[in-house]
Write a protein that binds this ligand. Structure first.
Ligand code: ZN
Length: 302
């Protein structure tokens, strides 16, 4: 056993969020040994704290084989770009053009898997969670913002930049025509209509604070269901994982499923919406599992 433990790769895992960084050290798949969280303040302060955490771990456990970083976005994922591994034009003060991947690659002399937090989340869910076994799987988080990631045959989708999903445009609910939406770019895109702040802006409360017979529940479900049906038409996913604070609302996922079934109008054949639309399976440590999955994928590609 001792030998086997030593031969399993050591991974540094970072879930880089707008309010906190969650750090972890793992020995092999799913085996997170220790975790810590530090507040996201300035890049210099936060990265110094993260580096010192991993330096201590290296002294105790040996050298790292790879790092995985699942970051808030937008991020630069183009390996040929000088900005590769950076957060790009974020509204978070001080963090635009902050390089994350290069810092850890340089200080720990190992490969770094770098991606959006939602691409990390769906990679982990497709390996170990609610989307296990799916060839095409999508993760959407509905919270302060709405963001989505997708995996096709074990690889996160990047393309021109990376999937966003929150800024998808959609059809308005007939009882929700007076609200302009809160997206600074589009007004009434999905994020502008169905994110936590958009719900707060028109009803003065979070969705879970509104009684279950409040029309907000059906209105929000209608928008999320449109994303589900659009994804069926665009990518033919086997799993769509819906997470984030808004999705913790009692009964919301059931409303999304039945609304999607209605909007899909039978076109997608026997696809069962209870199987297609699911909650995350990795719980509290989902973000960190995302980073671990990215580290593992990067090491496999080496
Ligand atoms: Zn938008």
């Amino acid at each position: 056993m001792a030998n086997a433990a030593r031969t399993r790769p050591l991974f540094g895992c970072i879930e880089a969020g707008g309010t906190k960084f969650v750090l972890g050290v793992a020995r092999g798949p799913r085996a997170i040994l220790r975790t810590a969280r530090i507040p996201t303040t300035t890049p210099a302060e936060t990265l110094d704290a993260a580096l010192s955490y991993f330096e201590t771990a290296r002294e105790e456990l040996g050298r790292f084989d790879a790092f995985g970083i699942a970051s808030f976005g937008p991020v630069d994922l183009d390996p040929h770009s000088p900005g590769y591994g950076s957060i790009t034009n974020t509204p978070k003060p001080g963090w635009s053009d902050t390089n994350l991947a290069g810092v850890f690659a340089h200080n720990f002399d190992c490969p770094v898997g770098f991606d959006t937090d939602v691409n990390g989340a769906i990679l982990a869910e497709s390996l170990w969670g609610a989307a296990a076994g799916a060839g095409v799987a999508i993760y959407v988080t509905i919270g302060t913002g709405i963001g989505g990631g997708a995996v096709v045959d074990g690889r996160p989708i990047h393309g021109w930049r990376h999937p966003e999903m929150g800024h998808a445009l959609l059809r308005r609910h007939s009882d929700d025509l007076d609200f302009a939406g809160i997206c600074p770019f589009h007004g009434d895109c999905l994020e502008g209509l169905a994110s936590g702040p958009a719900i707060q802006a028109r009803w003065g409360a979070s969705l879970s604070e509104l009684t279950l017979d409040h029309p907000a529940h059906d209105i929000i479900a209608y928008y999320l269901a449109q994303l589900v049906v659009a994804q069926q038409a665009l990518l033919s996913p086997e799993k769509i994982v819906l997470g984030g604070g808004v999705m913790a609302t009692l009964g919301l996922i059931e409303r999304v499923r039945s609304e999607a079934q209605r909007l899909g109008a039978g076109y997608f054949g026997k696809q069962d919406y209870a199987v297609l639309v699911v909650s995350p399976g990795l719980g509290e440590q989902a973000g960190l599992f995302g980073a671990l999955a990215l580290a593992q994928l990067r090491l496999e590609k080496k």
